[in-house]
Each structure stands twice: as C-alpha cells, then as structure tokens.
Design a protein around this ligand. Structure first.
Ligand SMILES: *Cc1c(COP(=O)(O)O)cnc(C)c1O
Length: 385
C-alpha cells in the first residue's frame, strides 16, 4: 500500500479553476477574493469580522499585537500545542506561561490556568487540541474576573462547535473570547497553501488588525491623524508588518470553504470507525469527545498505555507505510524554552501524555480501505502478530 500521511489537503478541479481564474484577473493580491474569503469565514462561524493573513502564525502575532501584549506581560497557554501558540507572545516581548492540561481532552485545565494568573498576566491563549473545544465558558469567566484578553488558537478547530445554554456555538463565533485564530496550512481543515485568519466581533480590534496586517499604514480619511490635503496622502500609525495574503490564495480558500462541512463529515466518520474498531483494546486510550461538543477531528490521537511500548508501536506503524506523528513535544521541553528556564517537571499530565501519544491518519482523502489497514496493522502490532 502507498504511504498514508496523517493529514493531507483535498484539492479538486473546481479549486484549480478558481485559482486559474484569479491568476487571469486584474488582482494577484488585495483583490476581491480576499474579502470574499473573509466573508465566507464570517458567514460560517457567525463572527462579525475576519482578517485573512499570510499564515496562522502571523494571525497569532497580530492577535497578540492587537490585544496590546508588550514587554513583561505574561500570557498563559497550553504546553501541548504547536510552538507558534507560545512564540507569538515572545514576538511581542511578552512571556509565555504554561498551564497543565486535562488528561482526557488534552486541553488547558482552567484550574491550572487560574493558579498561573498574577499581576503581569495579560491574556490567555486556549488551544482547541485536535479540534476538541476547550472549556470556553470557564476560561472566559476567569478572563473577565482578572481582566484578561482571550485569543483562541483554533488552528485545529475550524468546523468545531460546542453547546452553551442550549445553543450551538461554532468556534470562531467569539462567544467566549476576543479573537479566534485559524490556520489554512495544507494539513488543516481547509487550505490556502499558507494562510491564516483572525476573527473578532470588536470593531476596535478589527481596525487594529487591519492596520497591523499592512505596515501600520492607513489611507482611510476617517482614520487619519492629520487632515488629508493631498490625494496621495497616507499615514503609518503603528509598526505593522506585511502579513497580507494573496488574492490567488483566497480564491482557493473561498472555494475550499464550500466543502468544509463535507470534509468535517468524512473526518467524523473516520473517527467513528477508529472508535469502533479500536475500542476494548486494553493497551490503548482513545480520544474522547464530550457530549456537549462536536470536534473537527483535526487529529485522531491514541495513547499507548504502557509507556515503554510507544516508540516500538510508532516505528512499526511507520515501517508499515503509515504516516503516524506525535502531536506535540511539550513546548517547555524545547531547547529554546529550556534556555528561558521553563520547568520540565511542573506539568505531569502533559509529560505523561507526550510519552504515550501517537496520531493516526485522519483527513478527507483517506479511503475506508486505508483506515481499515491502519486498524488491522495497529492491532497486529499490539497483539504481536
Ligand atoms: C498549524 C498551527 C499553527 C500555525 O499555523 P501556520 O499557518 O502553520 O503558521 C498554530 N497553532 C496550532 C495549534 C497549529 O496547529
């Protein structure tokens, strides 16, 4: 069997057509497709504003800038995530602080989070690990109590939702946060090649994000600090960046959004298949989905019970052509973060999780046959066949 990657983009002929059309248009960047894509994100999530940018990492950086993260500010996030969730705080001169996770969902535990809040704390970056929404109502309550900003790292969670007071809230709607960040890297729910977005319901934050996206420059008469006397006049008001995304990429993104729900259904059915095929195996802990949430199933991460076995199981799956991965090495274990004096032993749940985790393939282009092969191979390894 051909190598099975843990994730993969799904590009069809309509996507290609949309990109070719953009290439033949007047605009290669900052054209109508950017707004079209942003609008599709707002319609899907029910957020008021969306700002599409060049990557999920750029989106996290801009969200931290817009939230006013500065030198000596502390921002609390999960240790079990991609390094970008914490690096964005460093970009602003702030200090990332980690709080241990729940054992079942691997999401940040609000009780651990609260222990880390002090006078210097400015914001919280909850990460919806694997697509399972965090305990957002609890996190938001803490944030309000301590006057903190909440930036959701929803790189895994485009398409996820949770129930709150009987209502289904899509991740991105911003019911319990100030901003939500998505990534459109090829391995995420939908792709623009590289890309990201920040969603918000605040006009003030939206205006700041637009400014920071493009060098801190505005030409908008209503926003100028000095009176506009010449047609060419523009102002740089903040130290911004070039984090723009191209019209070509957004043409792809807008077309991919049409299939997001279909992609979600396939991911859900693959997860359901794994849950059924791999249940009652003593050696394994399977991922959970709280009855109150719908996960986008960005990852399907199993845990191998006896820690000494993980490496062996991982290597044998790889040798069988299955592109398993480990998500993630806890950020504080990285040499860069060790040099910043982050403790290694302060997060027992995260450490234990990391020692046992294996992500199995899950993505919309996976066939039933391939999923069956993964299950059969895994069982064979565990039962020594
Ligand atoms: C992918 C990812 C990012 C970064 O997104 P890019 O688009 O690759 O810059 C940030 N956080 C998490 C949790 C991710 O999975």
């Amino acid at each position: 069997m051909k190598f099975i990657p843990y994730s993969h983009q799904a590009i069809n002929s309509a996507d290609i057509k949309a990109v070719v059309k953009a290439l033949k248009s007047e605009w290669l960047t900052q054209g109508p497709n950017v707004q079209k894509f942003e609008k599709s994100l707002c319609v899907y999530t029910k957020a008021k504003y969306a700002v599409a940018v060049s990557s999920g990492t750029a989106a996290l950086h801009l969200a931290c800038l817009a939230a006013g993260i500065k030198k000596n500010n502390e921002v609390i996030t999960s240790p079990i995530t991609f390094v970008a969730s914490a690096n964005c705080v460093l970009y602003c001169g702030g200090k990332p602080v980690f709080a241990d996770v729940y054992e079942d969902t691997v999401n940040i535990n609000p009780k651990e989070l609260e222990k880390r809040i002090n006078k210097r704390t400015k914001a919280i970056i909850p990460v919806h690990f694997a697509g399972h929404p965090c305990a957002m109502a609890d996190i938001y309550r803490l944030a309000k109590k301590h006057n903190l900003a909440v930036i959701e790292d929803a790189a895994h969670a485009l398409g996820s939702s949770y129930l709150h007071k009987g209502k289904r809230i899509k991740i991105g709607a911003g019911k319990h946060s100030d901003m939500t960040v998505f990534s459109f890297h090829p391995l995420k729910a939908i792709t623009t090649g590289e890309g990201g977005a920040i969603l918000t319901n605040s006009k003030t934050l939206y205006d700041r994000l637009l400014l920071f996206r493009s060098h801190g420059i505005t030409k908008d008469g209503a926003k100028l600090k000095r009176k506009k006397s010449e047609n060419w006049y523009y102002e740089m008001q903040e130290l911004g960046y070039n984090y723009r995304i191209s019209d070509i990429q957004c043409a792809l993104g807008a077309n991919q959004m049409k299939r997001l729900d279909r992609f979600m259904k396939i991911r859900q059915s693959i997860a359901a298949y794994y849950q059924k095929e791999l249940r009652n195996i003593e050696e394994l802990i399977l991922p959970v989905q709280s009855p109150r949430v719908r996960s986008a199933w960005h990852l399907y991460t199993i845990r191998v019970n006896s820690l000494s076995k993980r490496k062996k199981v991982f290597q044998k799956l790889r040798a069988a052509g299955i592109g398993v991965q480990v998500h993630y090495i806890p950020i504080y274990q990285q040499p860069y973060y060790q040099a910043l004096k982050h403790q290694k032993n302060a997060y027992p749940i995260a450490n234990k999780y990391y020692d046992s985790a294996i992500s199995l393939p899950i993505h919309p282009s996976l066939s039933t046959k391939q999923v069956a092969y993964v299950c059969k191979t895994l069982k064979g390894i565990l039962y020594g066949r």
